[in-house]
Ligand binder design. Structure first.
Ligand SMILES: [Zn+2]
Length: 99
């Protein structure tokens, strides 16, 4: 089931993405890009990690919303749950798991 893709750029000057937590549309630059590395979701702080990305407001609230609705497995097209510890650590200001 594909629900997005067509409106990816919306014909606007500023690329927009949808936050996987609260589902609000936001300028891409305002959102944190997340990528999947093995079974973990990690913040792509430099925007350079390869692969499918998901966008999230840099807020614990949105991370929790995303977890509750199991948005990450859907966003990354994987069947199982993903560990979001690195993202949480980043949002809480503890960069221990960030490369
Ligand atoms: Zn959000």
């Amino acid at each position: 089931m594909r629900q997005h893709g067509k409106l990816e750029y919306g014909g606007q000057a500023v690329p927009q993405r949808t936050c996987v937590g609260c589902r609000a549309r936001e300028a891409k630059s305002e959102l944190l890009r997340l990528v999947r590395v093995e079974g973990q979701v990690v913040p792509d702080l430099r925007g350079q990690l390869p692969g499918r990305g998901a966008s999230l407001h840099p807020a614990v609230k949105c991370l929790e919303l995303a977890e509750r609705r199991r948005a990450f497995p859907r966003a990354f097209r994987v069947p199982g749950p993903l560990d979001v510890t690195p993202v949480r650590a980043h949002l809480e200001g503890e960069p221990r798991n960030v490369m």
